[in-house]
Write a protein that binds this ligand. Sequence first.
Ligand SMILES: NC(=O)c1ccc[n+]([C@@H]2O[C@H](COP(=O)([O-])OP(=O)(O)OC[C@H]3O[C@@H](n4cnc5c(N)ncnc54)[C@H](OP(=O)(O)O)[C@@H]3O)[C@@H](O)[C@H]2O)c1
Length: 298
Amino acid sequence: MERVLILGATGNIGALAANRLIRENVILRLVSSRESGVKSLRERFPTAEVLQADWYDPVSLKAAMRGVDRLLIVTPDFVTDETLVTPNIIDAVREAGGVSQIVRLSAMPPGLKATDLSQEVLATRCGAAQHMVAKPLLDASGLPMTYLNVACWIMFNLSWYLAEPVKTKQQLLMPAVTDARRRWVSEEDIADVIARILTDKPAKHVGQDYLMTGAEQFDYKDVARLLSDVTGKTITYVDDDSMLRASMGDHFDAVMTYYTHESRDYLSVPASDAKLKIMGVSQTTLQEYLAQNLALFV
Ligand SMILES: NC(=O)c1ccc[n+]([C@@H]2O[C@H](COP(=O)([O-])OP(=O)(O)OC[C@H]3O[C@@H](n4cnc5c(N)ncnc54)[C@H](OP(=O)(O)O)[C@@H]3O)[C@@H](O)[C@H]2O)c1
């Protein structure tokens, strides 16, 4: 049986991928850098191997990589110094020797280069500002890479900073300067695709850079309209940063800077149904997701 390591297993996408892979014919190894993360992974995935490792600490990272056949990397926005983390991961993979595939979640509008981003945006370490540092390093390493490039919004953003005032005040609150016609992908679809990529033969996906976006673009008024349709109430979009400010905390200024790139560059990101391409099943639309998660909004 192959051993699959998830770096980022306590996170949103990593845990959803682990939920799927635990049911597959693989040995699942999950990592957290925190003791509390290790404890929660052990409780949640009792049949998995769970280790404490920190990607800033090469010794622990190399220990976690020993005996691994495939690897999933999901890194958090704002805090990841890819100039350290990615070289540490590359070194650990090389030392382990037997890794046949690395799957990396990214978010980079196709065709966009790091030189298209301002120094201020690059300094946010959010989205493309982070992934554009990691990808050239991974590409140059010659390691067997598969990228899943989600250059759009993941639908779980709704539950973080959009749903509550929809429910309590029938208002969708976001600062108008961050508005753009963006595409949307469900987190469940991303996890489905990752699990499939990691359980197919590596040769099927190594060398691929899959763009995963939604079929349609929606600005905030469009999302409010979809929410009105699904809830049966009139949901109004309001130019207001309070929810975003509260959910981002210390990262609020960084995310506002990041949005200057995103609200400009996400407009030209094309539709790409990676789930249909890889699994033969169409991705969830935003309308379907809102209906499936109605309890968040009423
Ligand atoms: N939100 C969106 O709309 C959107 C859209 C497209 C792409 N993305 C991309 O999605 C990614 C975020 O995914 P997510 O929400 O699933 O991430 P997340 O919930 O923030 O999880 C991040 C993971 O990183 C791990 N981690 C943090 N520091 C670590 C360290 N020093 N050593 C080892 N592991 C460490 C955390 O584990 P521990 O803390 O337990 O160690 C956690 O499991 C970002 O790269 C973002 O660009 C987001």
